[in-house]
Design a protein around this ligand. Structure first.
Ligand SMILES: C[S@@+](CC[C@H](N)C(=O)[O-])C[C@H]1O[C@@H](n2cnc3c(N)ncnc32)[C@H](O)[C@@H]1O
Length: 341
């Protein structure tokens, strides 16, 4: 009896301690993450993600720069000489995403492939690059090695990144094919036209949040999704909103935190805001940050002019600020301004 009581007392203390530590750590997460909530922050997302606590965001939806594809001006990734260095660099970001993603969270990674040796995809404000362009000349690609690196080789970069992520401990749930009825033309007389990109759905644990019924409502329950590309403003590689909205709705709940570490024109943040999620956007190019903030301000304004649509975050345990997106430049990594292509 005493023994049983002893065990009971011991057990209760444990429970109290667990609750204490749990609340303490939840409280810490709330304080830190509050600084970042509903902001577009200008800086290198690898540095910025290091500021976020473990398991603190519910969903990550992103599309990093593709290898040797476009020039955004001051990107830290995509301009490597060797495609395998690109994979290695990108895996540093996915590792950090794994740390900050909650255990029930999901990570959608949209990534496209390229052929070795091509520079024809690099574009300047919507046109194909010319050999006289500064970025075209500056970007040297490693020499062919007769095996993996051969001209005309499709590099399988999405697969290489995905395999690297599996080795980091990620669980791959779907390899979604995003088929584009209106792709950027990539013509060659001796192969078929590429018309799709990958969207990998990764999770951290076997028990994660996913609502198949919502996915079905949007015809997103199959692993091939057809959706046209939609440039936004001055950004040429934006997500179509209707591509990512079903991803956000089926893998997050209202008031969850949705992060895009390569946020560009802020499409992920905009869709999150429209759907009563909190957003965090990291973007290295200040022009894109500004246009994302304008975009978010317009959405907030529209919602406040139409109270039936207005976002209410009063039940949000983490934050109740969402209305005023501001440009915040991450000081530790001062950005250099450049005429981005
Ligand atoms: C493919 S675009 C993303 C577009 C975005 N999905 C949208 O809908 O607008 C990739 C973006 O990553 C940004 N970027 C590149 N390196 C970065 C870094 N280290 N940290 C944050 N953003 C970066 C580029 O400036 C570019 O805007």
């Amino acid at each position: 009896m005493i023994r049983i009581q002893g065990i009971t007392v011991y057990f209760n203390k444990c429970v109290i301690l667990i609750i204490f530590f749990h609340y303490n750590s939840v409280f810490k997460i709330m304080n830190v993450i509050d600084e970042f909530l509903n902001q577009i922050i200008c800086g290198d997302s690898l540095d910025l993600m290091k500021k976020l606590p473990d398991n603190s965001v519910n969903l990550v939806v992103t599309s990093p720069p593709y290898f040797n594809c476009r020039s955004y001006g001051n990107e830290t990734i995509g301009r490597e000489q060797d495609p395998l260095d690109y994979v290695k660099n990108l895996l540093e970001y996915t590792n950090e995403i794994k740390r900050i993603l909650s255990k029930q969270g999901s990570f959608y990674l949209n990534i496209g492939d390229v052929y070795f040796g091509t520079k024809g995809f690099i574009r300047n404000k919507g046109r194909f690059a010319r050999k006289t362009d500064r970025h075209y000349k500056e970007h040297k690609i490693t020499k062919p090695n007769g095996v993996y690196l051969q001209y005309k080789q499709l590099l399988m970069l999405p697969e290489r990144v995905a395999i690297g992520m599996q080795e980091q401990g990620w669980i791959l749930r779907n390899k979604i094919i995003w088929e584009k009825p209106n792709p950027v033309p990539s013509y060659s007389p001796d192969r078929r036209y590429p018309v799709y990109e990958h969207i990998f759905h990764f999770v951290k644990s076997r028990r994660y949040f996913f609502n198949l019924d919502i996915a079905k409502q949007y015809n997103h329950h199959r692993d091939v999704i057809r959706c046209g590309i939609e440039p936004f403003g001055n950004h040429q590689a934006t997500f179509p909103e209707k591509l990512i909205e079903p991803l956000i709705l089926s893998t997050s709940n209202e008031n969850d935190i949705v992060l895009d570490p390569f946020s560009g024109s802020g499409t992920t943040a905009s869709v999150a805001l429209k759907n009563k999620r909190n957003y965090i956007g990291f973007e290295i190019n200040e022009d894109y940050c500004r246009s994302a903030i304008d975009r978010l301000e317009k959405i907030s304004l529209e919602k406040s002019n139409n109270p039936s649509k207005q976002i209410s975050l009063t039940n949000n345990p983490i934050s109740n600020k969402i209305e005023q997106p501001v440009l915040f430049i991450f000081e530790e990594n001062p950005i250099t301004y450049d005429n981005h292509l």
